[in-house]
Ligand binder design. Structure first.
Ligand code: NAG
Ligand code: NAG
Ligand code: NAG
Length: 234
C-alpha cells in the first residue's frame, strides 16, 4: 500500500516535469532551430492603425539552399483586377502603387534572400485598403548537383477594415480554454494534496498504534517475567 503511494507520487512528479518541458519547448522551439511554420495572416485591420499582412511559405526541405523574390498584389473591394503594389528582391523593397506610397514596410525575412516570411506592414490603414491581397514567392532552389528548380507559391489574404477591433471567436474560445485548464490543474493539484495528506496522516496513526502495541506487549511480557521471577523466588 505504502509502496504504491510512492510510485503514484513519482508518476505525478514526472507528469509535471513533462508538462513544464512541453510548455517550455513549445515556447522556444521556433527560436532555437528557426523552424518555419505557415501561420495564416490576420484578416481584420483597424482603420488608422498599422497592420501586418502575413505571408509565409516554408521550404519543403530546409537544407536545400533557396533564394526568393516576392511580389504583392491587391484587389480593392468591388474592383475586378489586381494591381501590383509591392516587390522585394536583392535591391530591397519598393512600393509599386500610389495608393500605398510610403505606407508599406517589409516585415518578412531579413538579412537573407532565402525568404520564407514575406509579410509586409501597412501603415495608417484606411477603409479603402479593404480587399484581397495576394503574395507571390518566386523561389529558386539550388540542389548540390548544380540543379536549379523554380517554384512559384502564392497566398491570399482577405482583409476587412473595421473602425474598432472586434475579438474573433477563436480568441475568446482559447481564452476560456486557458482558464478551464488552469482551474482544472489547480483542482487536480488540490485533490492530489488532500490525497497525500490523508496518506501521511493514516501512516502516522498506523505508526502510533504500532508503537502503542509494542509498548503494551513489552509491559505485558515484562510483568510476566517479573511474575515468573517472583514464583521462582518463592
Ligand atoms: C513591421 O514593421 C513595422 C513598421 O516598420 C514595425 O513597427 C514592426 O515592429 C515590424 N514588425 C516585425 C515583426 O518586424
Ligand atoms: C500616419 O499617421 C500618423 C499619425 O496619425 C501620421 O503622423 C503619419 O504622417 C501618417 N503617415 C502616413 C504615411 O500617412
Ligand atoms: C477612398 O476611395 C474613395 C473612392 O475611390 C475616395 O474618394 C476616397 O478619397 C478614398 N479615401 C482615402 C482615405 O483614401
Amino acid at each position: 500500500m505504502h509502496r504504491r503511494g510512492v510510485v503514484y507520487q513519482w508518476l505525478t512528479e514526472q507528469f509535471f516535469h513533462l508538462l513544464i518541458l512541453a510548455l517550455l519547448s513549445s515556447l522556444f522551439v521556433d527560436v532555437l532551430d528557426g523552424a518555419c511554420a505557415e501561420v495564416d495572416s490576420d484578416t481584420e485591420a483597424v482603420a488608422g492603425k498599422g497592420f501586418k499582412l502575413g505571408c509565409i511559405s516554408c521550404k519543403r526541405r530546409s537544407e536545400v539552399e533557396g533564394s526568393a523574390t516576392v511580389e504583392w498584389y491587391f484587389r480593392a473591394r468591388g474592383e475586378a483586377d489586381f494591381v501590383h503594389i509591392y516587390s522585394y528582391n536583392e535591391g530591397g523593397g519598393s512600393v509599386e502603387h500610389d495608393h500605398f506610397m510610403d505606407r508599406v514596410d517589409w516585415n518578412g525575412s531579413k538579412r537573407s534572400m532565402d525568404i520564407q516570411d514575406a509579410s509586409i506592414y501597412l501603415l495608417n490603414v484606411t477603409f479603402n485598403d479593404s480587399g484581397t491581397y495576394r503574395c507571390f514567392f518566386n523561389r529558386i532552389l539550388s540542389y548540390a548537383n548544380d540543379f536549379e528548380y523554380n517554384t512559384v507559391v502564392s497566398k491570399v489574404v482577405h482583409l476587412t477594415v473595421v473602425a474598432k477591433a472586434t475579438r474573433g471567436t477563436a480568441s475568446i474560445v482559447s481564452e476560456v480554454m486557458m482558464y478551464v485548464s488552469i482551474i482544472g490543474l489547480q483542482v487536480w493539484l488540490l485533490i492530489e494534496m488532500i490525497y497525500c495528506y490523508r496518506k501521511i496522516a493514516a501512516a502516522g496513526e498506523e505508526a502510533l498504534r504500532e508503537a502503542a502495541n509494542a509498548e503494551y506487549l513489552a509491559i505485558a511480557s515484562e510483568s510476566k517475567d517479573n511474575m515468573a521471577g517472583v514464583q521462582v523466588g518463592e
